[in-house]
Design a protein around this ligand. Structure first.
Ligand SMILES: Nc1nc2c(ncn2[C@@H]2O[C@H](COP(=O)(O)OP(=O)(O)OP(=O)(O)O)[C@@H](O)[C@H]2O)c(=O)[nH]1
Ligand SMILES: [Mg+2]
Length: 367
């Protein structure tokens, strides 16, 4: 059944977004077959324009809907999602990208809200995205409930979005990167990505932000906090949280200890020596110091441009690997089974097996 009234409604909404198509009113005179065909084209165009117009005008509701579309595992949504990302790409890249990690309860969300409010005061628009690795096992976003940054979420100039549950961390990270691009196209000046620093997610976040910040508790050993040495090594700053009340002395001590520890790491960046600070969300001065530190870091824009180019290279290789792996799963199952059986029976080792698989894969590609 063709519902012409509904189509007219769609068409008029569509024209609201794109006056260029006004002349297409003539399409109303089409016969029914033509109508069905064109209706499909116009509907998809309508959706595309709806998203692009919404994102470009900074509409947070539509931005959230676009991110949901990107996260969708439905193949049908992929083309539209990719079109939206491609269109937003030239308008992205103008924000400062900050990653915040640390063990559960260290105070990440509080920190992001406190620092985020400072940026709002400076007239900036702030978007917060969260990666929660536990959502993979729990099939739900635990962080969703915990991420309520009450004050920040009340502001029209802030956007808060927890990651949805996904099948793999790699997938969530990819979606987060794409979500970040959309937020940038929507005019957000500061993007803050929160992740729990006890797994692999922080490495992925590190690869998509300009400034990587590790939050630590005073008085708990590194091992106790489950923080790997590698994370400390790549951090641009370490902030000791909850430096208030009876905790101040401990926090100051921790600052010195981490400063000393950082001396032993090779300097990864000639333009920046990692800093260590203590902070409390109730101590405005300490918050201002952290914000100042972030602003200092971003004063060297040339270095940031270089860093982003290196990150893009990493993402390209990572994505390339994923595409090859995806293709590999489409290969004849028997071929893979044979190689796996040889590996299982000690007839080959992992490196040789990978080489054999790769040769067969390339042959398969040619055919
Ligand atoms: N005294 C004090 N408490 C703080 C400070 N920052 C955070 N907290 C408290 O620490 C608890 C955990 O804070 P969150 O910001 O939710 O910590 P989180 O790291 O985001 O936790 P997860 O999302 O579970 O990983 C809350 O009860 C906060 O009120 C601080 O500077 N001082
Ligand atoms: Mg949190």
């Amino acid at each position: 059944m063709i519902d012409k009234d509904r189509d007219l409604e769609i068409l008029s909404t569509f024209m609201k977004y794109n006056s260029v198509y006004k002349h297409n009113l003539t399409m109303l005179k089409f016969d029914e077959n033509n109508w069905i065909l064109r209706r499909k084209v116009y509907k998809s165009k309508l959706t595309f324009d709806y998203f692009i117009h919404g994102i470009e005008s900074g509409n947070r509701k539509i931005l959230a809907e676009a991110i949901t579309l990107i996260e969708s595992e439905n193949e049908k949504d992929r083309d539209l999602a990719n079109d939206i990302i491609d269109t937003c790409l030239p308008k992205s890249g103008k924000s400062i990208r900050i990653g915040v990690t640390g063990v559960p309860g260290v105070g990440k969300s509080t920190f992001i809200e406190t620092v985020g409010l400072q940026f709002l005061e400076k007239g900036k628009k702030v978007a917060v995205l969260s990666i929660d690795p536990s959502s993979i096992t729990t099939k739900g976003s635990i962080l969703g409930d915990k991420t309520r940054m009450e004050l920040l979420s009340k502001s029209e100039n802030a956007f808060i979005r927890p990651s949805s549950a996904g099948k793999q961390l790699g997938g969530i990270a990819k979606h987060t990167k794409e979500a970040m691009l959309l937020c940038e196209a929507a005019g957000f000046d500061v993007i803050i990505i929160e992740t729990v620093g006890v797994g692999q997610s922080e490495t992925m976040v590190y690869n998509m932000v300009d400034f990587f910040l590790l939050l630590m508790l005073a008085g708990a050993g590194d091992e106790l906090q489950g923080i790997k040495r590698g994370i400390m090594e790549v951090s641009d700053a370490i902030v000791i949280t909850k430096s208030d009340g009876q905790n101040i002395q401990l926090a100051k001590k921790a600052v010195n200890a981490y400063k000393t520890a950082l001396h032993y790491f090779p300097q990864k960046n000639l333009n920046w020596v990692p800093k260590v600070l203590d902070y409390s969300f109730i101590n405005k001065k300490s918050v201002e110091k952290v914000v100042q530190l972030i602003c200092d870091y971003f004063s060297n824009s040339e270095f940031i441009i270089h860093k982003r180019k290196e990150q893009e290279k990493e993402w390209m290789y990572e994505h390339f690997k994923n595409l090859v792996l995806e293709d590999l799963t489409k290969m004849d199952k028997n071929i893979i089974e044979n190689v796996l059986s040889d590996l299982n029976n000690n007839k080959t080792n992992a490196f040789k097996a990978a080489q054999i698989l790769f040769t067969l894969f390339k042959k398969n590609e040619k055919n």
